[in-house]
Design a protein around this ligand. Structure first.
Ligand SMILES: *Cc1c(COP(=O)(O)O)cnc(C)c1O
Length: 441
């Protein structure tokens, strides 16, 4: 089988089964494109992180980075599994509130939080704000004064670690729009500004070194850098971090070239290293927070498409177009992300040809997969692209005014629509008729 995913199977008539259900039947029932999730994989990933921390017997929070896939249904599952969550906007916070997510386990991120975003966080008494810059400190001070209340915060710092990943998703290095630099002293200045603040309660530090990271040692390296600063800030300023948040970015398997280590191994290696650093510390071991996004939902989702036009350009390339593309999955166009797929109605066929899967948006760059080997395709075939559960739906656009596909959850052999397919009327629902002067057409 192409993927190691245990919920992918092929039945006797060559149909791809996902989460125990016939994907060809799902394509007929919900239409294509459609995002399909195996909820058991989501739950297993949440539990893998949480149980690994429990085993290490440390205080922790596992905050799902909801930007990876934010819907009310997903927030319900995260809540049921005892996760915390990260939000980055009013609408992500609203989504969590709509799911009755416990507010004390909601953390807010963002490099340019607006006054109304911060105010919404304050009014709803969320658990923590991760402060990104000096402007935000001033804003937050004003708003907390206005509302006469306090807020727990972490300060986001850049440890100067370059994770081996694509530059666009590399965020822990010095030259970043996110966070306070440790090296140039800005993080320390922020610390001194907040250390004995009457309203802003500084709980600790946050860093996020990047995404799709395959080794624990990148996180350990970041933790080592932070530990060094915590040591010096303890000696110089008596500062004790109650929380150390090491961010997200745990790698997943998009293609057979990706070899992530298992979730429990990340956690075990990171916590063990932290315990070692703290062995000689004069200050107590902090609560450890992490923020997995794609590693919770990425492999839990697939996207179903229907094959349409095909174009064979001799000696160049064979294009096979599907009924979706960069509007429902922008990652290949945005940063060259790679995926694998299975012909859902013909999954066991052995004759192979090399084709490129094109989207239907008006951009030459709208290619979902380039030069991949697949069974011979024909119009009407159903294509299942694997590991699309993270940053697919959440990054979907209305480019070419395509309506966003539906989201279907499957659990215990039952499929349930959790986001309905948009209609073209939905797409224009906020458009207003322009009444220009002196014209009545
Ligand atoms: C994006 C992001 C995450 C999640 O990243 P993944 O690669 O999806 O795990 C976690 N924390 C912060 C601050 C982020 O920006």
């Amino acid at each position: 089988m192409l993927m190691g995913n245990h919920t992918i199977q092929i039945n006797e008539n060559g149909h791809l089964f996902f989460a125990g259900m016939d994907t060809v039947m799902l394509a007929e029932k919900y239409g294509t494109p459609a995002y399909i999730y195996d909820v058991s994989i989501i739950r297993n990933n949440c539990r893998a992180f949480i149980n690994a921390f429990k085993k290490q017997q440390v205080a922790f929070q596992v905050a799902y980075a909801s930007k990876a896939f934010s819907t009310i249904a997903m927030m319900q599952v995260a809540k049921q599994e005892g996760m915390s969550i990260d939000v980055v906007s009013e609408a992500e916070l609203y989504t969590a509130l709509q799911a009755n997510f416990p507010v004390e386990r909601i953390h807010m991120h963002g490099n340019n939080k607006s006054e109304s975003e911060l105010e919404m966080a304050i009014e709803n008494h969320i658990g923590c704000i991760v402060i990104d810059n000096f402007h935000e400190i001033t804003l937050l001070e004003c708003l907390l004064e206005k509302h006469d209340c306090q807020m727990d915060v972490l300060i986001r710092v850049t440890p100067g670690i370059e994770s081996k990943t694509h530059a666009y998703i590399m965020t822990g290095n010095e030259d970043s729009k996110f966070g306070f630099s440790l090296k140039n002293g800005q993080a320390e200045r922020a610390l001194l500004q907040l250390q004995h603040h009457e309203r802003i309660k500084l709980k600790g530090l946050h860093c996020h070194i990047g995404s799709q990271i395959f080794e624990a040692d990148r996180f350990i390296l970041a933790a080592e850098v932070l530990y060094g600063y915590l040591q010096s800030w303890y000696e110089k300023h008596g500062f004790i971090a109650e929380v150390l948040n090491l961010g997200g970015g745990f790698g997943i398997r998009y293609t057979s070239d990706d070899h992530p280590i298992p979730i429990p191994v990340y956690v075990e290696e990171i916590v063990k290293a932290l315990k070692q650093y703290w062995q000689e510390a004069a200050f107590p071991f902090p609560e450890i927070w992490i923020e997995p996004g794609r590693s919770i939902v990425g492999e839990a989702g697939i996207t179903l498409y229907t094959v349409g036009a095909m174009k064979d350009i001799p000696d160049i390339r064979k294009y096979v177009a599907v009924d979706g593309g960069m509007a429902d999955n922008i990652r290949p166009a945005l940063y060259g992300a790679e995926y694998e797929c299975i012909v859902a109605n013909n999954a066991d066929q052995n004759d192979r040809e090399v084709v490129s899967i094109a989207g239907k948006c008006c951009e030459s760059g709208d290619m979902l997969m380039k030069d991949i080997s697949l069974p011979t395709l024909k119009p009407g075939d159903v294509l299942a692209v694997l590991s699309t559960g993270a940053y697919g739906y959440s990054m979907a656009s209305h480019y070419n005014r395509f309506a966003n596909p539906p989201v279907v959850f499957i659990e215990n052999g039952v499929d349930q629509l959790v986001v309905r397919r948009e209609t073209y009327q939905d797409v224009v629902r906020n458009d207003l008729i322009y009444r220009s002067i002196n014209r009545d057409d």
